[in-house]
Design a protein around this ligand. Structure first.
Ligand SMILES: Nc1ncnc2c1ncn2[C@@H]1O[C@H](COP(=O)(O)OP(=O)(O)OP(=O)(O)O)[C@@H](O)[C@H]1O
Ligand SMILES: [Mg+2]
Length: 283
């Protein structure tokens, strides 16, 4: 007789003395990677209270949120078994090594950026397998650093929990296990959209005042969560002044945002916005 519960381990449910040592991660699971992460690769302190730091926590992959051109984003639960207060949902953005990518971010973004060590730099330019791994990790570090910096400046980015090789773990923006919609998919009336536009200008101002442009701003990289606009996808943020393309990229961000809002009947002048942001970057 086949027993559909053959793999069901009743002791896990009925043994009241269960401790984490009795639990073994399953196929879509791993021990939380947090304990092994070096401090500089953990998010800015103070850590939000929802960050699960226990060595007894298990990471469970719940599904894929999006496969992208350069990275895939997964929904992860990090939880201590049997401790309902020690449970959180995270987004894991995993960069592909460049051989698996269908698209290469243009070199204009990396001009002026330093690769952290020269061995890695040589491997990247020679495109060895190690070099491709390093290149993927460079993007994840770039995104983690950008998220950390913008978080500390108070910009509404997802909190960056940690970076580990080519994987960035960040706050999951969503309700239950449903991701917050991209601005591009949101159906709102004009007044609501005008409010979102004002929030986006404020976000762009925070970036500009710190000397940065997002560099790939579009209604696909803006999520609307609980009435607030949040900005994601930051690996390519550019220094407006140091990067020779900085002003062009800032201008392109303004045009992308304004084109979308203008099409949705929200008044928006890309040139005015650009001038205003330039002024705040010099202030
Ligand atoms: N922190 C998050 N919380 C919820 N959803 C997220 C989060 N980060 C990313 N996503 C989802 O995954 C999608 C892809 O994320 P992101 O834009 O960072 O990656 P990408 O590789 O640049 O994707 P694309 O190639 O589509 O631009 C987002 O549009 C969003 O739907
Ligand atoms: Mg994106």
């Amino acid at each position: 007789m086949t027993d559909s519960f053959a793999s069901f381990d009743a002791s896990l449910f009925f043994d009241e003395s269960l401790t984490f040592a009795d639990v073994e991660p399953g196929d879509d699971q791993r021990w939380s990677t947090w304990p092994a992460i070096t401090p500089s690769e953990r998010g800015p302190e103070p850590w939000p209270e929802w960050v699960v730091t226990s060595a007894g926590a298990i990471d469970t992959e719940l599904g894929i949120l999006k496969t992208g051109k350069e990275a895939d984003v997964f929904l992860i639960e990090r939880a201590v078994p049997d401790e309902p207060t020690q449970r959180t949902l995270l987004a894991a953005k995993r960069y592909r090594s460049t051989e698996h990518r269908s698209f290469h971010r243009s070199g204009i973004y990396t001009e002026g950026r330093e690769v952290r060590d020269s061995r890695a730099g040589r491997a990247i330019s020679k495109k060895t397998a190690f070099g491709r791994e390093v290149a993927a990790a460079e993007w994840s570090f770039a995104e983690f650093q950008a998220l950390s910096r913008m978080w500390e400046l108070g910009a509404p980015v997802p909190y960056p929990v940690q970076v580990n090789g080519s994987e960035v773990l960040m706050e999951f923006l969503g309700t239950d296990a449903t991701a917050a919609p991209r601005l591009a998919q949101v159906r709102s009336d004009r007044a609501m959209l005008a409010d979102y536009y004002a929030q986006i200008v404020e976000i762009m101002r925070v970036f500009a005042a710190a000397g940065f442009a997002h560099g790939d701003l579009s209604p696909y990289n803006l999520l609307v969560h609980e009435g607030r606009v949040r900005v994601i996808d930051l690996p390519q943020i550019v220094d407006i002044i140091a990067n020779p393309q900085g002003l062009d990229l800032l201008h392109r961000d303004c045009v992308n945002v304004c084109d979308w809002f203008a099409r949705h009947r929200v008044e928006c002048d890309a040139e005015e916005l650009f001038a205003e942001l330039l002024a705040s970057s010099y202030a």
